[in-house]
Design a protein around this ligand. Sequence first.
Ligand SMILES: [Zn+2]
Length: 217
Amino acid sequence: MKFVENPETAVLAAAKDMLRRGLVEGTAGNISARRSDGNLVITPSSVDYADMALDDLVLVDPDGAVLQAKEGRMPSTEMQLHLACYRAFDDIGSVIHSHPVWATMFAIAHQPIPACVDEFAVFCGGDVRCTEYAASGTPDVGVNAVKALEGRGAALIANHGLVAVGPRPDKVMHITALVERTAQIVWGARTLGGPVPIPEDVNRNFAGVYSYLRAHQ
Ligand SMILES: [Zn+2]
């Protein structure tokens, strides 16, 4: 089971970074990390990222029961999505859910983001798939996300946003930012006649590097 050293510090730093990069607004989106004991540190519901401090973070067990929280702090309403990812993938230490504008354009169109920028598949494992639709806050959001995440570092949540997984919050933030940037590039390339695909064998090799790194970092 993969876990994160100093998970509280790592989650808070990624939360501030997510706001700085414009990948969320206000209190939307959420970040979590797995501790060495299997419990999870997650950002709270309804606290602005700009004001968030270490003691605002919530500690939950793998089933979502709150183990530690400052008065008035609740785990994110989208916690079930995080729990489903940790349950399904033993080799991840962090999950980030965000609502970035360009990626969400693909999510509402139910269109994958193709791996057509060189080395995209090294970081994401291939095309970023879109899930089947499920209403926010229902367990099916997690079930569908796990399916779309198979062999991937990110998936679009239909009509909603993005979820990314990886070893540590800073790495998962990198994936989130890369997917968002690529969504914008692909959208632009389509106005130029559409992206030319990378040869399949090249992308297969990149995906192989992704799998290797995922197993070894
Ligand atoms: Zn959301």
